[in-house]
Design a protein around this ligand. Sequence first.
Ligand code: ADP
Ligand code: MG
Length: 393
Amino acid sequence: MAKKTVKDLELKDKKVLVRVDFNVPLKDGVITDDNRIVAALPTIEYIVEQGGKAILFSHLGRVKTEEDKEGKSLAPVAARLGELLGKEVTFVPETRGEVLETAIANMKDGDVLVFENTRFEDIDGKKESGNDAELGKYWASLGDVFVNDAFGTAHRAHASNVGIASNLETAAGFLMEKEIEFIGGAVDAPKRPFVAILGGAKVSDKIGVIENLIDKADKILIGGGMSYTFMTAQGKEVGLSLVEKDKVELAKELLEKAGDKLVLPVDFGVTKEFADIPATYVAEIPADQESLDIGPKTIELYTELLQGAKTVVWNGPMGVFEMSNYAKGTIGVCEAIANLEDATTIIGGGDSAAAAIQLGYADKFSHISTGGGASLEYLEGKKLPGVEAISEK
Ligand code: ADP
Ligand code: MG
């Protein structure tokens, strides 16, 4: 990788600032899912093992007013981190000032400290999310080097990622490194054939991704709710299925541009009622019914088109997988990807990742991206400010 990683840094005796993603779900002060804390452990443990002083920080939720602070402290996260690491973690309920500076000055090699929610700095004047130059400089002054391991916020230039990075030597943590390697790798230099599978609810959410991948992928297989806007553009009957009328013209243009690269479903799981009841499978959607999934012939076709692929990017479920009767298309595609040999397979997209995990395919993919918005923008071919700001090797 052209960017520095934590392994390229001299860490012994160093104050290592680490931007982590500790934006975990909390209910009444209790963490309901600690996956993001667990995911950050390899980078933190590596810094500790190397004798660095790990100074960790993250945003947590949205904080715009003084009242928003309620329930958004990182205190419970620091406590959970201590349990997971099996060592003491100091929590400082401040984002700046003497108390924080003294606590950092008192750290010994291998110590771990967490300071307060970076978005508490947004209350007077959006200093964190507006990438206030003073704040970035101040946070940078607290450390010797900077490790950014928060891919989920890499599509935003905030003081806690880009601001610090413009003042300090910066490296990617292990999580960030994996995202750059897999998603960046697929977009910039995919091994071919490169097949993209795009689905989900709306065309409008994915226009940028489709446009970018029309240029880069060898095949684009379409499923999910976006299919019907494309089919409407082709003049086909879609019944009561989801259509974005204001995107039909655009869908026409995309179809023309993509030619036979873009493949649409050939059969459908339809229903008269939006409920978890068995689908009827048809090649043509009846006018009084709604399609909520791709059918078995489409699964067969997509499985065939995936054969021999060396890079596969999947973004967006093939149907309303939340209802088991309409999860078959998504399962079929997961199965086809899981059976590929020698392919780099990547999921980008929050609901697709949730689907793969829920349906039991999580360990069948080379990489499941942790950043919904960030991975989408990365797949759109955009430069992510948080990634760009990492020092070159
Ligand atoms: P991701 O988060 O992976 O990018 P999206 O947010 O674009 O995915 O889309 C996920 C949603 O799309 C799911 O909640 C799913 O129910 C919905 N969806 C998929 N197929 C259809 C369909 N045929 N009709 C309506 N909604 C659909
Ligand atoms: Mg989504």
